[in-house]
Design a binder for this molecule. Structure first.
Ligand SMILES: Cc1cc2nc3c(=O)[nH]c(=O)nc-3n(C[C@H](O)[C@H](O)[C@H](O)COP(=O)(O)O)c2cc1C
Length: 185
């Protein structure tokens, strides 16, 4: 027997993206976005409410960065999903985070979050609230590398559980992609 829950926006695992943009005065805003994912080979899709300060900033600067929320930053990552830069211009300062300007897009990179996608706004559908970013670079703090490549255990990304409104760390590796299934070929 299976139990039906009806039409829900539930999916496992769900990303926890932290989108960072510049405000009009050059200060920084950040927001939490779990409704989004990779699309095509170099694009990312986000479902965003148009009233967010982040959206206004993205439309003005045509750029943003997306950092992976991580275990060490659960509190500020959740905080930027609760408070709006529309209401609190001091929002970013309260996170205790710092930023460096991306050299490739007109957006800030949050230094405390180890992995970031630097994106140009490729297109958006105002009616649907769908935003597509072209990923022009992935940058990662060297502390999250092992033998020169990104180490998931060091990035420690978190995932959003939409059913129970919770964040989880990732578990252990359970297989190799494009390899595990070869046993059945
Ligand atoms: C776990 C979580 C996931 C969220 N995902 C989204 C999302 O995918 N799209 C969206 O529009 N808002 C999402 N939000 C809400 C925004 O992060 C929130 O409204 C934020 O205050 C917007 O900030 P801003 O106005 O400074 O841009 C999410 C919030 C949380 C806590």
């Amino acid at each position: 027997m299976r139990k039906n829950f009806g039409a829900k926006s539930w999916c496992y695992p769900q990303n926890v993206f932290i989108i960072a943009t510049y405000n009009e005065d050059g200060s920084v805003d950040a927001m939490n976005a779990a409704w989004g994912g990779i699309y095509d080979t170099n694009k990312i899709v986000l479902a965003l409410s148009l009233e967010h300060k982040t959206v206004k900033n993205m439309l003005k600067r045509k750029a943003f960065t997306i950092s992976m929320a991580d275990e060490e930053n659960v509190i500020p990552c959740d905080y930027v999903g609760i408070v709006s830069g529309n209401k609190d211009p001091n929002k970013f300062n309260k996170t205790g985070w710092h930023f460096i300007p991306s050299k490739l897009v007109d957006a800030p990179i949050i230094t405390e979050l180890k992995m970031a996608l630097e994106c140009k706004l490729a297109s958006y559908d105002e009616k649907e609230g769908i935003f597509i970013g072209e990923i022009v670079n992935v940058s990662v703090d060297e502390s999250a590398l092992t033998n020169g490549t990104i180490d998931t255990k060091k990035v420690k990304p978190i995932t959003f559980d939409p059913v129970n409104s919770a964040y989880y760390g990732l578990g252990n590796k359970v297989g190799d992609a494009w390899k595990a299934g070869l046993k059945l070929k």
